[in-house]
Design a protein around this ligand. Sequence first.
Ligand SMILES: [Zn+2]
Length: 457
Amino acid sequence: MGQAYFLIYVKFSDSADPRGVPVLVPCSSTSPHSNRHIRPAASRRYRAVRASPKIHYPDNVHGGEPMLKSAKRILTTHTGSLPRPPALTALYASRAAGETVDEEAIVTAGREATYDVVAKQIEAAIDVGNNGEQQREAFFLYVRHRMSGFGGAWHRRPFADVAKYPGFRAWGDVVDSGRPSVSNRDGVPKAIGAVKYLDDVLVHDECRTFRKALDACGDAGFAEPFMTAPSPGIIAAAMLNEFYDTEDAYLAALGEALRVEYEAIVSHGFLLQIDAPDLALERHVSYQDRPIGDFIDFAERVVATINHALRNIPRDRVRLHACWGNYEAPHDCDVDLAEILPAIAQAKVGAWVLPFANPRHAHEYRCVANLPMDNGQLVVAGVIDPLTSFVEHPEVVADRIERVAQVIGDPTRVLAGTDCGFDTSAGRGRVSPDVVWAKLAAMAEGAKIASKRLGLG
Ligand SMILES: [Zn+2]
């Protein structure tokens, strides 16, 4: 069976909720001081949430305001994860290593980091920003704290492009071992029980923290806030199935569990971004020895699961990010975008977030001509590479934006973004925080140049 949890309430002096902030804590890792906040009713194994039949959307959803397009200028955004403070990273790394950590310290550090990262994005002129995923240790691993059924550990097989170059692999191991971090490849939990969402109070609390961080910035907020949640496909691929009879059954359970997160994020008025590296990455990981047709079939089943999980959410409140993995490596085993685009294009979303800055996929911007744009969809074009410390020249950014706009034929449907996150798994980012903010500021400068050239505003 899966891990048992306690629900604890951590109190802060500025908390609007007199109960404090809820945190689900594995029974084996509660801090010696946290029991004083445990409510009697929460000391039993926490029950899975019941499916909520109706979402209460805020006015900006039912009021018909679609996802913001670049109507007057090219808007800027990014792909989700932003650098975490060293102390927070160290806490996440210790917890991921199985050490006992102070859960209250994680909550406090995560909240403070959220406030900080929102202010920094606004300073860098990001229009469509988020919480930087500060309250999660990695872009999909965090679900082990919110869903039942995960336990044990396994090591993912080496990625094909890394296995192909033993010298590079040895070099990478040295680089990654030199600092505290969370790995989403080694020691990853498996599905060993029924996967169900434990309690939606955690995602709602994360959303409320983000909202408070936005409110703290007053009028200088984002044009539109977004939050991320993982694809069922990346969890199915990375968190090995040892419970369900079939992969489809595992995907279906994940889809229903993730629906809780998806609907919660949208109910708070945030744009939802689904992170689906699996739609490209898994070709050279899980499916590296299989025919391409098998992988396309997997991608189509994942997209069908996503579409089903989105059944209560308007299309234009969701954007989908696909990529070949956020790691610096040869990437010469990556599948071509043209091969997987028909599967990705089946997603019932309002925008696609795709990487067009890195040296392996920059030429594939031409493929956006084959995305369906008949429902007003947008493209967030990756124009910043999060895996290099080069600060892109604004003119380079502008060129990249322009060429995507030319393929689509409508600049208002293009946003400027990043190829992937800057710290998708805590401590694994390749760019130092000061350079990250310089890169994002360069993106904003480049977007201004492109806006003028494209005749916007
Ligand atoms: Zn990515």
